[in-house]
Design a protein around this ligand. Sequence first.
Ligand code: SF4
Length: 285
Amino acid sequence: MNVLLAKSAGFCFGVKRAVNVVYEKIEEADTPIYTYGPIIHNEEVVKDLEKKGVTVIHSLDKLGDYPVGTMIIRSHGISRMEYETIKQAGFTIVDATCPFVLKIHRLVEEYSNKGYSILIFGNENHPEVCGIRGWVKEDTRVSIIGTKEEAQEFSLLKDEKCVIVSQTTFNYNKFQELVEIITKKGYDIIVLNTICNATEERQTEARKIAGQSDAMIVIGDKKSSNTQKLFEICKNECENTYYIQTSDDMDYSKLKSINNVGITAGASTPNNIIEEVSKNVRNEL
Ligand code: SF4
């Protein structure tokens, strides 16, 4: 059996940075530490932080119930209004928003100020997309689409100018497909590819490895959108693809008669889980 472990598996730059910020603040803190939402979509990491005294705040409506302290903003970022609410409640903000996401905030703010409407490719319920939307000037039209059908239905008013940005974890091929559908309509559109390279590289490598594998393992939290996308990509190339959160979810005996096993992992999967899975796969050799 050959094991093909993706080099790009695991924490991306932005997630690594955000998680490190939380661990640093735990060391320094003399007031309570909070994260607004789980710092990453990974239950194991979130549980470890909770053990170390970090509280996850799920909704700002309940902010008044907590003693003031340090609020860490995760890599997905938040809206302008959320920043204001946290500040006004007396919390110290430590912003661990990924610089690539911050760049999108600045872009949608700048273009909406110039009179452009904003079209976001992504999942409208994803916190990153909600955050991006929250930097668009108030009276600006924002549309969020994620499918071919929605792109076909999308229309602009006469003389309306529009800027397209995307969720950083959006599938690159899907992005190109949607852009093609919309540009064919002949609108005045500026296309800004804001997909993060880390995602693109991870997706390309996953596709390549899955294409060479008889079984493929994708490791990541079930709630992680970038892991879900990796799974979709791998499943397309390799029917025999498993989606697991931790090593315990995998029945390694299923790999017994397999020649090539590929492994990749989402941006929020810690290294120790990836190492454990690879070790167990190799043990099946
Ligand atoms: S995937 Fe890219 S944009 Fe998102 S947190 Fe990681 S490095 Fe930042």
